[in-house]
Design a protein around this ligand. Structure first.
Ligand code: IPE
Ligand code: IPE
Ligand code: MG
Length: 253
């Protein structure tokens, strides 16, 4: 683990890492347990990765914890996940404060049960002065929900005369997204061997480097994170240009 850590170039860290934490259910099933047992163990991975990101000095970590579509899972699993979420958040606030971590949430909060909302709000209030890692939990989140919501709010503001449609730019749209206060993720990790985005940050991932691993989320630990970052650092991010231009720009600086 130490060796992997030493391979990371601290001057080339992604500012924002986003993770689709997938594979809890299969992890549990493979061991002959109930799916909820997998979610329960997934919490340990969350702790470990949050700590790992804070130690590295990463500024933003977004975790996809529950999608809008996940509401359609069997009631038993949805309820179990909500319970786990509320209990975990309640327990972790002192740890977040100790590590100077500021909690944020993105998603359709109106879908959450009242008790979960109250717990969340408390955790947000209690960590809002922290200045270290920004931990963004995507809860009841889906990118299409977010984009529709943004378009709706822009339309309302046009109607109210607050914005002129011809002045709308990428920055305007960005300002209406739930992630308006965060830079776009530079590295997106999905665990558990699925090669899809599943309605996660479709707009914001435009130029993110994507990293897929077969490791199930409950098995994902700091060394897996380090591997993903090392892989990220080996890639050439061209943003539409050609390689020579990038080297030229480097030389010019
Ligand atoms: C990810 O694990 C956690 C959530 C979606 C809440 P899954 O529950 O999707 O586990 P698999 O993909 O079925 O194994
Ligand atoms: C994506 O995982 C959502 C989260 C990890 C919270 P899913 O397991 O819901 O995605 P699909 O159904 O495999 O695409
Ligand atoms: Mg899944």
């Amino acid at each position: 683990m130490q060796e992997l850590l030493e391979k990371i170039d601290k001057s080339l860290l992604p500012r924002h890492v986003a993770i689709i934490m997938d594979g809890n259910g299969r992890w549990a099933k493979e061991k002959g347990y109930d799916r909820l047992y997998g979610h329960f163990h997934g919490v340990e991975s969350v702790r470990n990765i949050v700590e790992g990101c804070a130690e590295l000095g990463i500024e933003y970590l977004t975790l996809y914890a529950f999608s809008t579509e996940n509401w359609d899972r069997p009631e038993y699993e949805v309820f179990g996940l909500m319970e786990l979420l509320v209990n975990t958040i309640r327990k972790e606030v002192p740890v977040l404060n100790k590590n100077n971590i500021k909690l944020h949430v993105i998603g359709d909060m109106q879908m959450l049960p009242e008790y979960a909302l109250m717990e969340l709000q408390e955790a947000l209030d209690e960590t809002h002065l922290n200045t270290g890692l920004n931990l963004v939990m995507a809860l009841s989140y889906s990118s299409r929900w977010e984009l529709v919501n943004a378009v709706k709010n822009i339309a309302f503001d046009v109607q109210a005369g607050k914005i002129d449609p011809s002045s709308i730019t990428q920055d305007t749209l960005q300002g209406y997204l739930t992630t308006s206060a965060f830079p776009d993720p530079e590295l997106m990790i999905r665990t558990s061997g699925e090669y899809r985005i599943s309605n996660f940050l479709l707009y914001q991932l435009a130029y993110a480097e994507l990293y897929f691993t077969n490791t199930r989320w409950p098995d994902f630990r700091k060394d897996h994170l380090y591997e993903a970052i090392i892989d990220f650092q080996s890639r050439e991010r061209r943003f539409g240009k050609i390689s020579e231009q990038l080297h030229h720009e480097h030389a010019a600086h």
